[in-house]
Design a protein around this ligand. Sequence first.
Ligand SMILES: [Cu+2]
Length: 71
Amino acid sequence: MIESVVLTVTDMKCGGCEANVTGKLTAIEGVISVKASFKEDAVSIDFDNEKTTLASIKDTIAGAGFPVLSD
Ligand SMILES: [Cu+2]
C-alpha cells in the first residue's frame, strides 16, 4: 500500500542538501517520490510500505546527517 508522509527534517541549508536527501531516498526500493524543502524543513515522501518502512526512511535521512524531528 502507498503511504504518504511529511517529515520535519532540520539542518538542510541549500539545494545541495535537498538533492542529497532526495538522492539517498529515491535509491531505496519502494520509495516512489520525494520532495525536500530546506526552507520548510520538510521532506515529503510517497512510498510502498510493502517494500520499505518509515523507520528505514528516517534512518536514511538521519544517516545523511539531517535530524528527523517528527512524522
Ligand atoms: Cu546544503
